[in-house]
Design a binder for this molecule. Structure first.
Ligand code: NAD
Length: 486
């Protein structure tokens, strides 16, 4: 049985009290690893190591040295690509193709892109007039913020963790990462990578455990953590914001969504069906940017529902490395129960189940896994529970619409504001509608495409702040103004 320990000050260590928990496979519910669970003592050691490293060798590194080492991290991840793919498949149970095409390459890219960004950051300066006519020169410098607490979720564990660790290190900070209790494996491998490429001890630390009354809570409440970057549920964000208010620490939040997909009758039909299929069902629907509310213009509504149903019929359940399979389980039994409770609620509130709605029949060896059927509903109004709350499962409700303004209003009628995907052949309309949807990112005739240099984040209750490219500097550095009297 694999033993997964914390990574503190460059070493893999057990918890001080030797507390552990079992990590179960989403595919068949077997325990696949024993994970050390951090208590206050372990979190404190990790934060101390990170604080010490800030003042040590890492603090003396030039920007060019940091850039070189981050390139080294990316190259080492690529060299150990298969190890990362294996670990992420074991943790999430998702098909190998999702790991090899998206999650692991993007993880490596997160180090290179922010190394490139930091090399090219301009600094601003202003000449000020003064009463004596000689003037003054104001200029800004950026300094690292300090020790960054990184709290990440389970749905794309490596990609989302490195999306924070990459810019944090590029800017000269040190980090203490608390990966999700459901997906501890790739964070641990990253510790090995950091040692191999010679990242100084204490720059990158990992503590494992849960949220409340465990590693997550101890880290976010730790007074020596300077800022907290978090991806996860909006309600967890609320708890972390309260913790961060002690000591006025900064936060960057990437939270939940209830995203709308909008399909106009003039869209390229097949591409729209493919796009909505991916956005609703990729990663078994466990994507924050996924589409749980689909609006289709009435003339193509029936045809669209039938075409999406046909695609869902092609789902094949199986293990991540099963070449015949294209569909994985949910992350855990707990999440399975949550998603199935929404499936029941939808029916109670009068939904028509087009396909799915329950637990699929899977081969005997998989029957203890967290499987749910991909599900499509029609027939509910805007106020139904499943139209309001984030389910985070493989499901969508499809509603017909008649007018552009009507669908904009419906898309915006939510407390969330993360993303939307709009399908149309009319370029003017595409721009017009996208500008009116209250979200951090709108895709036109596409989904899940993004240049990592662009700003990413959510509006309303989907987040605070923007990360990506130079936008990440706002959170991971502090700007100091220096004024020189001439
Ligand atoms: P979660 O909020 O349950 O957990 C996320 C992390 O927070 C985990 O590491 C967990 O252990 C930790 N945590 C939980 N309670 C805590 C507490 N009180 N204090 C400190 N840490 C705590 O989220 P999840 O179930 O892992 O992930 C799914 C959620 O993440 C969905 O809502 C999804 O929309 C969101 N998400 C958002 C984005 C985005 O970019 N906006 C990306 C991915 C996922």
């Amino acid at each position: 049985m694999k033993q997964i320990n914390h990574f503190i000050n460059g070493e893999f260590v057990l918890s001080a009290d030797n507390k552990q928990f079992g990590k179960r496979s989403p595919v068949d519910h077997r325990i696949i690893a024993q994970i050390s669970e951090a208590g206050k003592v372990d979190v404190d050691l990790a934060v101390k190591a990170a604080r010490t490293a800030l003042k040590g060798e890492w603090g003396q590194f030039t920007m060019e040295q940091r850039v070189d080492i981050l390139y080294g991290v990316a190259d080492e991840i690529t060299r150990r690509f298969d190890d990362f793919v294996e670990a992420e498949m074991a943790d999430t149970g998702q098909p190998k193709a999702v790991m090899t095409h998206a999650f692991i390459p993007r993880g490596a890219a997160n180090f290179k892109i922010f190394a490139d960004v930091i090399k090219n950051v301009p600094s601003e300066s202003f000449q000020t007039t003064t009463p004596d006519g000689l003037g003054a020169l104001n200029y800004s410098i950026r300094v690292p913020k300090g020790v960054i607490g990184v709290i990440s979720p389970w749905n794309a564990p490596f990609l989302l963790m490195t999306w924070k660790v990459g810019p944090a290190l590029a800017c000269g900070n040190t980090v203490v990462v608390k990966p999700s209790e459901e997906t501890p494996l790739t964070a641990t491998l990253l510790g090995e990578v950091m040692n191999t490429v010679g990242v100084p001890k204490g720059v990158f630390n990992v503590v494992h455990g849960f949220g409340p009354d465990s590693a997550g809570e101890f880290l976010t409440h730790h007074s020596n953590v300077d800022a907290i970057t978090f991806t996860g549920e909006t309600c967890t964000g609320t708890a972390i914001m309260k913790a961060a208010s002690e000591g006025m620490r900064d936060v960057s939040f990437e939270l939940g969504g209830k995203n709308a997909g909008i399909v106009f009758a003039d869209s390229d039909f097949d591409k729209a069906v493919d796009g909505i299929y991916r956005s609703s069902f990729l990663n078994s629907g466990q994507v924050c940017l996924g589409t749980e509310r689909v609006y289709v213009e009435r003339p193509i509504f029936e045809k669209f529902v039938a075409a999406l149903k046909k695609k869902v019929e092609q789902v094949r359940y199986g293990r991540p490395d099963d070449k015949e399979a294209n569909y994985g389980p949910l992350i855990s039994h707990e999440h399975q129960a949550k998603v199935l409770s929404y499936y029941e609620k939808a029916v109670e509130e009068g939904a028509t189940v087009v396909i799915g709605g329950g637990v699929p029949t899977v081969p005997d060896e998989l029957k203890h896994g967290a499987w749910v059927e991909p599900t499509i509903w029609t027939g509910l109004g805007e106020n139904a529970t499943i139209m309001k709350e984030e389910i985070f499962g493989p499901c969508c409700h499809i509603t017909p619409f008649d007018e552009e303004q009507q669908v904009i209003n419906w898309a915006n009628d939510t407390k969330y504001g993360l993303s939307t995907t709009i399908w149309t052949g009319d370029l003017s309309r595409a721009h017009r509608v996208a500008a009116k949807i209250e979200v951090g990112i709108s895709w036109i005739n596409s989904w899940f495409l993004r240049d990592l240099r662009t700003a990413f984040g959510g509006s309303k209750q989907s987040g605070i702040g923007r990360e990506g490219g130079v936008h990440s500097l706002e959170f991971y550095t502090e700007t100091r103004n220096i004024c020189v009297k001439l």
